[in-house]
Design a protein around this ligand. Structure first.
Ligand code: ZN
Length: 197
């Protein structure tokens, strides 16, 4: 349809989530019309992010260092760990201002239909952390979905024998959605009112 360099960019943009064919075309022609340094800055930001960002060696959050800023922050309570499905969930919990511990990112939730078993998540690494870091409570903040609940129950089963308290966010969160559908007040209340599993 378009000249090859333009078509190539349209094809790449159209592969992004939430970007349809039409939006991809609009973005490509927008980038064609902005000042060249502005377009290059976007390209560089993508390259830099991919080159610099990796997973925290302790909690699997995204970071540009060996360990993420939460794991490096000595003022945070290392005995308390909040387990989330994805790194994007951490800012959601942070906004509640109700949590001052550390995190652990699972990399998803148990989903037998999609073939995602516990071994595909960072559960083994979490078990190792509980043993090594003096963790006393694990707060499971997986999404309020069937998969999130299944994962929470599995975590309780494998972590409790290690002598740690396992809690789950209180109800009141919008069921079936992602954690970030909840506003910070609702999520904050769910954190404070967490229940032992
Ligand atoms: Zn970390």
């Amino acid at each position: 349809m378009f000249e090859p360099p333009i078509q190539r960019l349209i094809d790449e943009l159209a592969r992004l989530p939430g970007i349809g064919r039409k939006s991809a075309q609009r973005l490509a022609f927008h980038l064609l019309n902005v000042e060249e340094p502005d377009a290059l800055r976007l390209a560089e930001a993508i390259v830099e992010m991919r080159r610099q960002v990796r997973l925290c060696s302790r909690c699997f959050n995204v970071t540009a260092e060996e360990e993420c800023s939460f794991c490096r922050d000595l003022r945070r309570d290392a005995s308390l760990v909040c387990v989330v499905e994805r790194a994007q969930d951490i800012p959601v919990v942070e906004r509640t201002q109700e949590f001052r511990g550390r995190y652990h990112v699972l990399g998803g939730a148990i989903n037998p239909i999609q073939g995602i078993g516990p071994d595909r998540l960072t559960i083994r690494q979490l078990q190792a952390r509980v043993g090594a870091e003096g963790i006393t409570e694990v707060i499971v903040a997986t999404n309020p979905t069937v998969e999130g609940d299944t994962t929470a129950l599995y975590l309780a089963r494998v972590l409790k024998p290690l002598g740690v308290t396992v809690t789950r966010l209180a109800s009141g969160l919008p069921v079936g959605g992602d954690l970030d559908y909840a506003d910070e007040i609702t999520l904050g209340r769910a954190l404070v009112g967490r229940k032992e599993l």
